[in-house]
Ligand binder design. Structure first.
Ligand code: MIG
Length: 682
């Protein structure tokens, strides 16, 4: 039996994370006690101090496991670290980090008691999962205005579905956005993009989209296109369309301060930017130089900012990615002046070591400074709210602005949208990508581990920068990473300015890349069906083995394999120079080995532990007993898949069924029964 209970404390800010209204209950929270006590507080780096604190505490048993929290470093089981919900632009996703770009305060405790918790609180929230004391789970907000939801059910999956029901249906992208996309920070002109498309098409490597990073804009101004480098943009969009390529431009949060720039002038005139204490527009600096931040938490401002996407929609664009919306701030005008003053003061000193360090900290502390976040304000339904109280809603607000505008501007059509920063609730308006990872083997594994925790929080359309964003990739890392990426809804190769070029055609094993990406397209009938069913039925697409085999103590500890939908288990290679890997089969499964969509071998394996050989040019997955995986011949792009004959891979002794979901990939009549078809083996 499922049950959701809501305990409201103080005067919570309405985040609109939930779409289902749960009546408030009075009284004590079950399981948790509110503790007045001494705790360790950290400044995020290494300084820790003992402070008096007020927190909610759950006494964990040794067997308790914790799942969820969305976008974070570390394991599928989140126990044993302290996490902070505090959306941060930090491109070093190392194990010691407490927050990344998102704030996803939903988790499930599984053990002596099994229950889910959602803390609807848009400020900084500390989730101590056995860090201060190994046996205590502590939840510490910065103030006591929050909604605390307790979810119960007969299984973890039931709890997750109840939660997803409560927060509303996950965003569904157009079908072409399941195709492979190439991106790189540094494509500067139409010519650069043509060269990428040529590179792929000449090698016969499938491709559906090319992403346009900040360089397409005129001096990094949102909703502008540099005419010199992109002459006749609508014509260029058409040209790409003929190549079956979608262009996907980036939109940044900050609006450049520049006289004569329409978005700036309009926003200023209407009072739609965030204000400082004196009521003047807050000045931060990001890529465009000095900017104002649109107040996307103000309904009218949000509507206005969303309407700006029309400029690009009108030119044929059908997808966007929203960046820098934590919001990232390189420095604020005020703080920079202050720091400069302080530096002047020490200029002629003979600085000692500590002073030099302090000087360095002054400069490094310019970016994403908490003082800046507490020095500007939003207008939420007429009320002035300090940014730091609602910090985690900014990316959500920006993406919601776009999503709501698309509903109005393109009511019949799905538009691709994914964001960097997010909060639960934003999952209704867009997906997310996993931010600035690195070309590290450990980040391939992190990519895998984040999938189920994001799915729990409603984020289904997601993926990591394949090959890694920062640092230089190697060909084998890219191949292995793509072999995971072929399964993730967002499949995009993206890299940072100045790193090794990592478009697939730039390497020697082009045939392998062609086959690998071909397998993605070949498996599309299955992948798309599983995505759509997960979205429409509030289910997870990627599941930890622990959720599917709760009685199996081995399965519970597996952190490098996932169940994908109803039929499949994946187990990618994530170590360098490996000829294969160990895989645990919780039940008999059929191993499927593909060199390409035309070269498929299968083998039935009993339950148990195996070392599976997986050469660089092969993909392996497993089919569960009684299950079916529909597939087709690959194509060069998504449109080419239309009308291709369906074939079935299966591990069925007797009769088995699979529900296929198929639609035109653009429309929104998701409930149409014609989209569902039962496939059978006899
Ligand atoms: O400060 O637009 O995460 O994907 O390539 C970096 C340039 C700004 C961060 C994004 C990344 C993008 C980059 N952006």
């Amino acid at each position: 039996m499922r049950r959701i209970r809501r305990f409201s404390i103080g005067n919570p800010i309405n985040t609109e994370a939930a779409v289902q209204e749960i009546p408030k209950e009075k009284g004590e929270f079950p399981y948790f006690t509110r503790v007045q006590g001494i705790a360790l507080e950290s400044d995020g780096d290494s300084q820790e101090t003992m402070v008096q604190m007020d927190y909610l505490c759950y006494q964990m048993g040794t067997e308790d496991r914790i799942y969820g929290l969305g976008e974070h470093v570390r394991g599928i089981n989140k126990r044993g670290w302290v996490y902070e919900s505090n959306c941060t632009d930090d491109p070093a996703h190392t194990e010691g980090k407490r927050s990344l770009y998102g704030a996803h305060n939903f988790f499930v405790v599984d053990g002596a008691h099994t229950f889910g918790i959602f803390v609807d609180y848009p400020g900084k929230l500390t989730l101590d999962m056995g860090y201060t004391r190994m046996d205590e789970l502590r939840i510490t907000p910065e103030d006591w205005n929050l909604d605390f939801y307790l979810l119960e059910g007969d299984s973890i999956l039931e709890i997750v579905t109840a939660f997803r029901n409560m927060v509303g249906r996950s965003y569904i992208p157009p079908k072409w956005a399941f195709g492979f996309g190439q991106s790189r920070w540094g494509y500067k002109s139409a010519e650069d993009i043509r060269a990428v498309v040529r590179g792929y098409r000449e090698q016969g490597i499938p491709l559906d989209s090319v992403y346009m990073d900040i360089d397409y804009m005129e001096r990094f101004k949102d909703f502008t296109i540099d005419e010199g480098r992109f002459p006749d943009f609508p014509q260029f969009v058409k040209e790409m369309e003929q190549e079956h390529i979608h262009l996907v431009p980036i939109i940044d949060a900050g609006v450049k301060i520049e006289e004569g720039y329409e978005v700036y002038e309009e926003g200023l005139e209407k009072g739609y930017f965030c204000k400082d204490k004196e009521g003047k527009e807050f000045v931060g600096a990001v890529w465009p130089g000095k900017v104002h931040f649109p107040d996307v938490l103000n309904k009218d401002a949000r509507k206005w900012f969303g309407s700006k996407y029309k400029y690009l929609l009108d030119q044929g664009i059908e997808g966007f990615w929203n960046d820098m919306n934590e919001p990232a701030i390189f420095y604020s005008e005020k703080n920079l002046n202050q720091v400069m003053k302080e530096i002047k003061g020490i200029k002629n000193d003979n600085m000692d070591m500590w002073e030099v360090f302090a000087f360095k900290d002054l400069v490094n502390g310019l970016a994403n400074n908490p003082k800046d976040y507490s020095s500007f304000y939003h207008n939420m339904d007429g009320e002035t709210v300090c940014h730091s109280k609602v910090h985690n809603l900014y990316g959500y607000g920006m993406t919601r602005a776009a999503g709501e505008a698309f509903e109005e501007l393109e009511p019949e059509k799905r538009i691709l949208m994914f964001s960097r920063s997010s909060y639960i609730g934003m999952h209704r308006y867009g997906g997310i990508w996993m931010g600035d990872n690195r070309s590290w083997w450990s980040h391939l594994l992190l990519n895998l581990k984040m999938l189920p925790s994001l799915n729990m929080c409603g984020f289904l359309y997601t993926g990591a920068d394949l090959g890694g964003f920062g640092d230089d990739v190697t060909e084998d890392l890219l191949l292995r990473w793509m072999a995971l990426g072929i399964f993730t809804p967002l499949m995009r190769n993206h890299a940072a300015l100045g790193t090794r070029e990592q478009e697939c055609y730039k390497f020697t094993q082009t045939e392998t890349f062609r086959n690998l990406i071909g397998i993605r397209y070949g498996l599309m009938p299955y992948l798309y069906s599983e995505f759509m069913k997960a979205a429409l039925e509030d289910k997870m697409m990627f599941l930890p083995l622990a959720f599917v085999y709760p009685e199996d103590s081995h399965a519970k500890e597996v952190e490098d394999q996932l169940i994908l939908g109803e039929s499949m288990m994946i187990a990618p290679v994530y170590t360098q120079n490996a000829s294969g890997r160990y895989v645990y089969l919780p039940e008999p499964m059929k191993l499927v080995r593909l060199k390409s969509m035309e070269e498929i071998e299968t083998e039935v394996l009993e339950q148990g532990h195996y070392y599976i050989e997986i050469p660089l040019d092969e993909v392996v997955f497993f089919i569960r007993p009684g299950k079916i995986v529909p597939y087709t011949e690959p194509g060069q792009h998504m449109e080419e898949l239309q009308g291709k004959e369906l074939k079935l891979l299966h591990f069925a002794d007797g009769a088995a069924e699979y529900e296929l979901y198929q639609d035109d990939g653009y429309g929104k009549d998701y409930g149409n029964p014609d989209h569902r078809k039962i496939l059978r083996v006899k």
